[in-house]
Every structure is written in C-alpha cells, then in structure tokens.
Design a protein around this ligand. Structure first.
Ligand code: AMP
Length: 177
C-alpha cells in the first residue's frame, strides 16, 4: 500500500524534547531532508497543488529555505528568501511581530517580487502563526499577494491555522499534529 504524504513526514520526523528551551518539543526535519525519497515526496506533493498558479516561491529563514528552494526548482520559478532583520544587503521592507518574549523582525528585498506577482510561502513548522502572518503582511507591503502557504507540519494545538484563517489567509499542511 502506498503511504500518504502525512505518514511519510511523520515517519521521518524527530521530536526533540526541551529544545531550544524547556517545555518545547522541537520538530526536527533533518531526518526527512536527509532521506532522498522522503524529501522528493514532500517537494512533489507541494508542487502538485501549485504548478502554474504561482510566480515565485518565498521561503522563511532558515528551514523554509531548504523546502522552498527545492520547490522553486521543481515549479520552474524563482526563489525569494524571507530573512531575519539585518541579513539582506539591499533595500528592504520589514515587518515586526510579537514573540512570547519580545519581538522579532523579518525582511525581504523591496524589489524581490514585481507588483501583482503571486507568491507561494513555504516553511517547515506552523506553530503560533506569528511568523507566517508577518510574512503575508510583508509581501502585501511590497505589492505582491501570497497565493498560499505550504508548511510541512502544523502544530494545531498552538492555533496558528485559526489565527491565519481569521485574517483570511490560507494554509496547507502535509502533516497536522
Ligand atoms: P510561529 O511564528 O510561532 O508559528 O513559529 C514558526 C517558526 O518557528 C517557524 O519558522 C518554525 O521553523 C519555528 N518553530 C516554532 N515552533 C517549532 C517547533 N516546535 N519545532 C520546530 N520549529 C519550530
């Protein structure tokens, strides 16, 4: 019997308790990207839903770069990095958002996408949704629109999907836990 994509992801995830801080279980995707067949299955699954309907793939630092760059190649479109503040050399647009303690800022090059282009956002894990919500906002700020958000794992108990849905944002997860 062929495995579902959710089963493939689940079989290649490593839960690391109390990382990076006590009480957090870190979803480690290194076994998944280290397995050629599983990694290819993830990228193909994301590509199937988005072929021909997006102009550019944007990955969120850092693990979103791994899935996003592979997906961009598979779709035959360009790749845009969404980076933490201070990393991009050119003129940037920025959005700040709240973390449990303090705030964070993400940036994209102001000329990374042309006005009206359809962006596919990619990351490894959706937790509270704060990062993703800021990334949606970031592309709107530079005149693009985010067509969809592909994420490998949705930690549903943290409510990220509801938070995005309340703001009219759509998300597709390969595995929801
Ligand atoms: P959030 O903004 O709370 O949705 O957090 C999402 C970002 O933090 C993503 O870029 C994830 O890579 C990372 N992240 C949050 N929680 C976890 C976790 N439990 N395991 C792995 N990465 C996580």
């Amino acid at each position: 019997m062929t495995q579902s994509i959710g089963d493939i992801v689940a079989a290649h995830l490593r839960d690391v308790p109390d990382f990076p801080v006590p009480g957090v279980t870190f979803k480690d995707v290194t076994p998944l990207i280290g397995d050629a067949d599983a990694f290819a299955a993830v990228v193909r699954d994301m590509a199937e839903r988005n072929r021909g309907v997006v102009d550019v793939v944007a990955g969120i630092e850092a693990r979103g770069f791994i899935f996003g760059a592979a997906l961009a190649l598979e779709l035959g479109v360009g790749f845009v990095p969404v980076r933490k503040a201070g990393k991009l050399p050119g003129e940037t647009a920025a959005v700040a958002y709240d973390l449990e303690y303090g705030t964070a800022t993400i940036e994209v090059h102001a000329d990374a996408v042309a006005a009206g282009q359809r962006v596919l956002l990619v990351d490894d894990v959706l937790a509270t949704g704060g990062t993703a919500a800021a990334a949606f906002e970031l592309f709107e700020k530079i005149g693009a629109s985010v067509a969809d958000f592909e994420v490998v794992i949705d930690l549903s108990f943290l409510g990220g999907r509801e938070r995005l849905a309340d703001a009219g944002r759509s998300v597709h997860a390969l595995l929801t836990v």
